[in-house]
Design a binder for this molecule. Structure first.
Ligand code: TYD
Length: 212
């Protein structure tokens, strides 16, 4: 049985994490790996409360942090840890780096958030940070960011991006410049996954195989 492998795609809103998590999952499956694709916040009870709060008004900073931690603890116990133990490749769309960034932007210390998470959540083998300028990311999600609220959102995302980029020197991190076409970015991601050993057998031509 091959060892389990944990790959995380993270970054600010609008960088294409969900699309690329799906494409990476399909490609790894085509390379013969057993893949579990999952995301945070999850569809579990804590994730549902968090999504609800996006519509009804944000929770207090303390409650929000607690709910994300509870959601992740359940995710680790029920999906992430058992899948890794079974030798699967787990591809996650967001993980505790989002908590460092978004709850960090709300005032918590990112280093402390990381410590709280790493007490129960496995450190990934590969963290892909999909990176774009905030204005480019906002344009992609259809927001011009020129109203008062959106301005706040832009400021907030700038803080989040800075925290994500502060992880660039970690040995497991690869920053993915997400300005290219979807196919170009997918090729960068596949190359990183292969170099890190997520898929068997390195083939220099693989970046060009048309797996959607
Ligand atoms: P998102 O990935 O946009 O979910 P969906 O596509 O289902 O709406 O995540 C929702 C928001 O949650 C996003 O703005 C980032 C935020 N978030 C945090 O603030 N902390 C976290 O730990 C996570 C995982 C997400």
């Amino acid at each position: 049985m091959p060892p389990g492998f944990l790959i995380v795609l993270d970054g600010i809103d609008g960088t294409g994490k969900s699309t690329h998590a799906r494409r990476l999952g399909n490609w790894l499956t085509s390379r013969g790996r057993d893949v579990i694709l999952s995301c945070e916040p999850t569809d579990g009870p804590w994730g549902a409360k968090l999504r609800e709060s996006a519509a009804t008004g944000r929770l207090s900073p303390d409650d929000e942090l607690l709910y994300f931690l509870n959601d992740r603890r359940q995710h680790v116990e029920e999906i992430i840890a058992p899948s890794l133990a079974a030798g699967k490749v787990v591809v996650l769309d967001r993980y505790y780096f989002s908590t460092m960034a978004y709850q960090g932007a709300r005032g918590f210390n990112p280093t402390e958030i990381r410590r709280l998470n790493e007490a129960f959540a496995p450190v990934p083998d590969l963290l892909l940070i999909l990176d774009l300028e905030v204005d480019t990311a906002l344009a992609r999600i259809g927001s011009r960011g020129d109203t008062a609220n959106a301005f706040e959102k832009r400021e907030n995302l700038e803080r989040c991006r800075t925290i994500f980029l502060s992880l660039s020197n970690e040995p497991f991190t690869r920053i993915i410049d997400s300005n290219g076409t979807q196919d170009e970015v997918a090729a960068l991601i596949r190359q990183a996954a292969q170099e890190w050993g997520a898929a068997p057998g390195y083939d220099a031509h693989d970046g060009r195989t048309a797996v959607k």
